[in-house]
Unconditional design. Structure first.
Length: 426
């Protein structure tokens, strides 16, 4: 009965997206990206003779979380081809040319027919779902085909349907996994309470990823010249709700400091509006790249607006402080990219679903704020003495590295069991 309700929900969801697709760009990408998927996938796999490992990520954030495992898997199992699927356009459209995977596509909607066709076509030897993804029909088909299935960097909370008295259908999904590697002790305890035994507390693979990113950071000459030895606040993935707090704060803060502002979405009119509301001199990054721009003047500006994408993770190297957007409404963005460089971190009030934010607040290296006044008070204290906070932040990242190695250890066991045509019993 519950499976019927679930499948009806998938059907309704698909058709709603088709209805709004002509008016909504993201819905249109979602729909268009799944057209003729069977023929497209068949063509991609036509000449493939290699075994396939399937990795699925909901969106860009989950992909970045899974990337260390994808790359470690490719190194350890070079004979395998990697298929990478995305649910969201915000993941696929950004990473559709990622060279760490052999095949990249949207995941077809989780209908019984789609799941059956997909698993039959791909014939994966192992499948991975990153963090939050639980698709009933795909999991059922993988189980029927005796394909080992792993969830890693997963996180669970007591209010999720898996743990409700009426959540039996959702608990069924969890039992399809051959192993689940979780981020925290609470998740481990919750899963064991409902009878899951193939569970490991491994932590979050994002720590491995942000360490890789920090090590491979790119020099940005314009940002370095802009800094000019001054303390810098890097504002990453800012939304309008964040700017309503940040603009009054920046207008009131009277100590020597510069700011680099990277909006989450680049809208020219919005950036220009923010520039007029600030009482500080500002320049857009794109302006600094024009041949006519006098590079000797960049150090005179107080605010640098980043009007492109893909640069943020390298910008944190120029900061002493960070504010990360999304925690007023959309969902807190990646704070670990800033934390790995060692600095106090500020963000909005809605952060409790993000374990790393909870941890850093508890340890005294991150500070949630609701108003410009709160931000001004907390920031002023950190400005006076941030050395201890910066070290806490840096140490937190360093001691949480290593989840990828634990995932790979589980994979080793599962691959061995797969070769022996047995289900794991550890």
């Amino acid at each position: 009965m519950f499976a019927g309700f679930y499948n009806t929900g998938i059907f309704v969801y698909q058709n709603l997206l088709r209805l709004v697709a002509p008016f909504n760009p993201k819905a249109r990408q979602w729909v268009d990206g799944r057209r003729h998927w069977i023929s497209n996938l068949s063509a991609k796999l036509a000449d493939n003779k290699s075994p396939i490992a399937w990795f699925h990520a909901a969106s860009l954030g989950e992909f970045e979380q899974g990337r260390p495992v994808i790359e470690a898997f490719r190194t350890q199992y070079p004979d395998y081809k990697i298929l990478l699927t995305f649910f969201s356009p915000s993941g696929y459209e950004v990473r559709k040319n990622y060279d760490g995977a052999d095949f990249i596509m949207y995941l077809p909607a989780d209908s019984p027919a789609n799941a059956r066709s997909f698993v039959t076509l791909v014939r994966p030897q192992i499948a991975f779902f990153i963090k939050y993804e639980f698709w009933y029909n795909y999991l059922r088909e993988l189980s029927a085909a005796q394909v080992p299935v792993v969830s890693f960097s997963a996180i669970f909370r007591p209010n999720q349907l898996f743990f409700k008295t009426y959540g039996g259908f959702y608990r069924t999904m969890l039992h399809y996994f051959d192993h689940i590697l979780v981020q925290n002790l609470e998740s481990l305890t919750l899963l064991k309470r409902i009878g899951l035994t193939r569970v490991t507390l491994a932590g979050d693979t994002r720590f491995d990823r942000v360490t890789q990113v920090a090590f491979a950071r790119k020099d940005i000459p314009a940002a370095k010249a802009f800094k000019n030895g001054m303390p810098v606040l890097v504002i990453g993935s800012a939304w309008p709700e964040d700017m309503k707090v940040l603009i009054p704060f920046l207008n009131q803060f009277d100590k020597p400091m510069k700011a680099i502002i990277a909006p989450h979405e680049i809208h020219d009119e919005e950036i220009e509006k923010w520039r007029t509301e600030l009482n500080r001199t500002s320049v857009r990054f794109s302006q600094t790249q024009l041949p006519s721009f006098d590079q000797s003047t960049i150090q005179s500006f107080e605010i640098l607006f980043i009007d492109n994408v893909g640069m943020l993770s390298s910008l944190y190297q120029y900061g002493e402080f960070a504010y990360i957007g999304g925690a007023f409404k959309q969902g807190l963005h990646n704070i670990l990219e800033a934390a790995t460089f060692g600095m106090p971190i500020f963000f909005g009030p809605d952060y409790d679903k993000f374990q790393e934010a909870v941890d850093l607040v508890t340890e005294g290296a991150a500070f949630p704020v609701t108003t410009a006044k709160e931000l001004l008070e907390l920031f002023t204290r950190q400005y006076a003495d941030s050395a201890d906070t910066a070290q806490i932040s840096r140490n937190y990242v360093q001691r949480n590295i290593g989840a990828t190695a634990q995932v790979m250890q589980v994979i080793k066991h599962l691959m061995s069991e797969r070769l022996n045509k047995q289900k794991p019993d550890y």
